[in-house]
Design a protein around this ligand. Structure first.
Ligand code: SAM
Length: 268
């Protein structure tokens, strides 16, 4: 397996993580002061991230090791599992099966886990949910499994859309209950399509600077008093998001943290 070793951590190189995904990384991991970016083939990297080193770790079969170390992730009423651990989910929990692969969102990142917990704390029966930056579809699928009438996942990365749809199918979510499309919010961002309509709940696992840009658009897509759930926020960047929410008139702003990561809920 081809791994690009980039010195630094997710926090110190936050602005470079998207560059790795855009260059074709299939997974990112942080270990011992290094960001390990998994690639299928060597990519031409932009200058900002050329200070790393390519390593062929084929003999070590990291993927098998990674899979062997995966555990079910309880998140509120839901437990996120890869397909082969489905039997380990207690009968009191809602199983959410995610095949670890090309798209972010296996549940093993604190932000995904906190977002599923936040969804799980709501009564989603009959609600509509917009998931911005859907990745593996995990949050939209969680919403559908928790009773949402309709969950729409949007992502600027077209690779994620069929993966999210396949994950929804694997969880037995009927097609009309969850849909996925290439898109984003906000006219000034790349991404062709902005979803129409107003949703009962909006969840977005992106990053602080993007939340700052998108808060106005969140307001336009959320029914009055609809809960907003934002994560992907480094604790050090929380003030940026809190200020943006205040600027747009959101109230009842609450923060949860897990290590370096924060999740913010608010109402409009
Ligand atoms: N929702 C999943 C989860 O919670 O695990 C995946 C979150 S992952 C951190 C962020 C996702 O947002 C990526 O799939 C990325 O392609 C997407 N993304 C980044 N910028 C975006 C934008 N401006 N609009 C929509 N999606 C975006």
């Amino acid at each position: 397996m081809l791994v690009y070793h980039l010195p630094g951590t997710f926090e110190t190189r936050e602005e470079h993580l998207d560059l790795l995904w855009e260059a074709g990384a299939t997974g990112l991991e942080e270990r011992a002061g290094l960001i390990r970016a998994y690639f299928d083939e060597q990519a031409d990297l932009p200058a900002d991230i050329r200070d790393g080193e390519w390593r062929d770790e084929a003999d070590q079969d990291w993927q098998a090791e990674f899979k062997a170390n995966l555990r079910p992730v309880p998140a509120g009423r839901v437990t996120i599992v890869p397909p082969w651990l489905r039997a380990e989910v207690p009968s009191t929990q809602v199983p959410l099966i995610i095949e670890p692969g090309m798209a972010f969102g296996t549940g093993h990142h604190a932000t995904t886990r906190m977002a599923v917990e936040a969804l799980s704390a709501l009564d989603l029966d009959g609600q509509t949910v917009l998931d911005v930056g859907t990745g593996s579809g995990v949050l939209a699928i969680a919403a559908a499994l928790l009773g949402a009438r309709y969950a729409l996942g949007v992502d600027i990365d077209p690779v994620t859309i069929p993966i999210a749809a396949e994950n929804a199918g694997q969880n037995g979510v009927p097609e009309g209950r969850a849909a996925f499309m290439v898109g984003t919010l906000g006219d000034d961002l790349p991404g062709d399509v902005v979803p129409d309509g107003v949703f009962d709940v909006l969840v977005a696992n992106l990053y602080a600077e993007l939340h700052d840009l998108l808060v106005g658009a969140y307001l336009g897509h959320l029914r009055p008093c609809g809960p907003l759930i934002l994560t992907g926020i480094l604790v050090s960047k929380l003030p940026l998001v809190q200020d943006a929410l205040e600027r747009e008139g959101f109230t009842d702003v609450q923060v949860r943290t897990d290590g370096d990561w924060a999740l913010v809920t608010a109402r409009n």
